[in-house]
Design a protein around this ligand. Structure first.
Ligand SMILES: Nc1nc2c(c(=O)[nH]1)N[C@H]1C(S)=C(S)[C@@H](COP(=O)(O)O)O[C@H]1N2
Ligand SMILES: [Mo]
Length: 557
């Protein structure tokens, strides 16, 4: 992107050729043209030099981070900080606007900002190297400070930023020097012919070529360093295989889902690679399974610490649980059903012996990120788990490897801590967690909801039978009772349900609709087992989850 150097068009095209070039170099009678024609090229090259030097620095820093600790990469450090500092409404807007692309877009925005500053540094460096260097120091100070002040960082977290600074400055110095003769030649008012013939090595033409070559070298170095960084990072972040035991009492395989009968309905069990991902991280933490431990402390009789082997040696259970994000909008994608393998949370808490004062479990991930879970809800008999397996495999790194919490009926932001390392029994008065500090609700049961997977909104359909289908969930109040469909605001009609996997799991459904020609509105809702219909009241995800009825428009005929 940034490196796509579009040739500059018009009188200042590069490399300059013919009369205009000679005239611009003559420097006396056409001085006005000298300014207007040559300077833009010089400025452009200067700015570009700053950008290239920065890219080389960032690439070197990224490589250094990949070798030391990928989380300390200057780009990621700034991006993560932006995420943490972004006000909740803006974040909600970004998620609703960009969905799961919010992160690439964030990284892109950070890069655009960096590139602009880098261009300024390049321009300043031409005037006086120290000015340009100062901008570089500023550029690097931000990620350096952020990296060092992250909760789990040591002083060494500053290393990649320093590498970026040193390499960036070296590249900038080299490019400024490579450009120097051209700049000097431009300022001397001697006729171009003289200079070209007398001192060919220093004249504008050849030295600019030298500058271009140097720029090419720096760009190449940036690409090689950046590529190496990515390779090292992906090598280091490859999944480490653990020996995952089977459940003590394995569940029978899931029944065949409706997706086998009707195209477009979400699979009963979502594959790990398709499972939605929501977290505050730009990268995925690398957790060393040898080092990983889970500590239960706070208001307990005895603080306990488990290694991964301790956990795997316990009796593991399997549970089918549907996970949902509080940021999911009605009809949205942040929901998924999976089979989790793990240890009942109660067993772990019992080993520590929960005291009488605590009202929350404050769980902490490997990076110091925190989530608050209401203790009473987590321990009311529901199948709360510390999960180590997902759909028959070890947890994917994106979903919390090596261990995460999974609690049915509560939105993920208060229940599903990934990469969890600590559970502290404490009170809401004494301690607050990441999202609590951002004004999200503390008690947030998952609101029952139905989603239409097929047909898609605005889809063109043929007259005749159309299968309307999707998924619905109602973890509380007796699970999914029925799902109903409404066409064009008419009466609610019962849909047919897919296999029942339990109240903690979603339920697929379908409805055969005899579609007549024209435009139509299709809505669906879930009615829970106790007979309560899904609330039609529209609510945004913030602060305790969205509600309302999904309705879409299709054209038939
Ligand atoms: N460590 C950590 N755990 C986390 C989060 C996070 O940002 N950090 N996000 C939570 C949220 S908001 C949700 S909805 C679930 C999503 O889990 P998934 O990404 O595996 O689908 O993880 C939860 N666990
Ligand atoms: Mo979430």
């Amino acid at each position: 992107m940034v490196l796509g150097q579009r040739p500059v068009r018009g009188p200042s095209s590069w490399p300059p050729r013919g009369r205009a070039w000679a005239a611009s170099q003559s420097g006396h009678s056409v001085r006005g043209e000298v300014r207007s024609e040559r300077l833009p090229v010089n400025r452009l090259l200067a700015a570009l030099s700053g950008v290239l030097a920065t890219l080389a620095g960032v690439a070197a820093g990224h490589l250094a981070a990949a070798l030391l600790d990928p989380a300390t990469s200057p780009v990621l450090a700034v991006g993560s900080q932006v995420i943490d500092l972004t006000p909740t409404p803006v974040k909600e807007w970004a998620i609703s606007q960009f969905g799961t692309r919010d992160k690439p877009i964030l990284i892109g925005s950070v890069l655009v900002g960096v590139v602009l500053l880098a261009a300024v540094a390049g321009l300043l460096a031409r005037r006086r190297f120290a000015y340009g260097a100062a901008v570089f120091v500023l550029l690097v100070a931000v990620p350096a400070v952020i990296a060092v002040t992250r909760p789990t960082a040591g002083v060494s977290a500053v290393a990649p930023s320093l590498v970026a600074l040193v390499v960036g400055l070296a590249a900038l110095a080299w490019l400024v020097r490579a450009a120097a003769p051209a700049a000097v030649g431009g300022r001397v008012g001697a006729p171009a012919e003289d200079r070209v013939e007398d001192r060919p090595g220093e004249a504008g033409g050849p030295s600019r070529r030298g500058l271009l070559v140097a720029m090419g070298v720096v760009a190449g170095a940036a690409a090689v360093l950046g590529g190496a960084g990515r390779w090292v990072a992906s090598y280091r972040t490859r999944a480490v295989a653990i020996d995952l035991p089977a459940a003590a009492k394995p569940l029978p395989p899931l029944p065949e889902g409706l997706e086998e009968r009707f195209a477009g309905i979400t699979p009963l069990q979502v594959a790990n690679s398709d499972f939605y991902r929501v977290d505050t991280r730009l990268d995925v933490p690398i957790v060393d399974v040898e080092e990983w431990t889970l500590t239960i402390d706070g208001d307990v009789e005895e603080e306990v610490t488990f290694t991964l082997d301790d956990i795997l040696a316990m009796d593991l259970v399997e549970k089918d649980i549907t996970l949902t994000c509080v940021s999911n909008s009605v009809g949205g994608e942040f929901v998924g059903g999976a089979r989790w393998l793990g240890v009942p949370l109660n067993e772990l808490l019992d080993r520590a012996g929960v005291g009488t004062r605590a009202d929350q479990i404050l769980s902490t991930d490997v990076d110091g990120m925190t989530i608050s879970t209401p203790l009473a809800l987590a321990t009311d008999g529901r199948d709360a788990l510390l999960a180590v397996g997902m759909n028959g495999e070890q947890l994917p790194r994106e979903h919390g490897f090596p261990a995460r919490m999974v609690i049915p009926g509560l939105y993920g932001f208060i229940s599903a801590t990934k990469w969890v390392t600590r559970m502290t029994l404490t009170t809401y008065d004494a301690e607050t967690a990441y999202w609590t500090d951002r004004d999200w609700a503390t008690e947030a049961p998952i609101k029952p909801s139905s989603r239409i997977d097929t047909p898609r909104a605005l889809a063109p359909l043929d007259v005749g039978e159309v299968v309307v289908g999707g998924v619905a969930w109602a973890q509380q109040n007796g699970g999914v009772g029925t799902v109903q469909v409404r066409i064009d605001g008419g009466p609610w009609q019962d849909a047919e349900l897919g296999p029942d996997v339990g109240n903690d799991y979603w339920r697929q459904w379908f409805y055969r609709w005899d579609a007549a020609s024209g435009q139509h509105r299709i809505a669906s809702r879930v009615v829970d087992g106790d007979g309560g219909p899904q609330s039609p009241a529209r609510a945004n995800p913030f602060p305790e989850g969205s509600s309302g009825i999904q309705e879409l428009i299709v054209t038939v005929g």
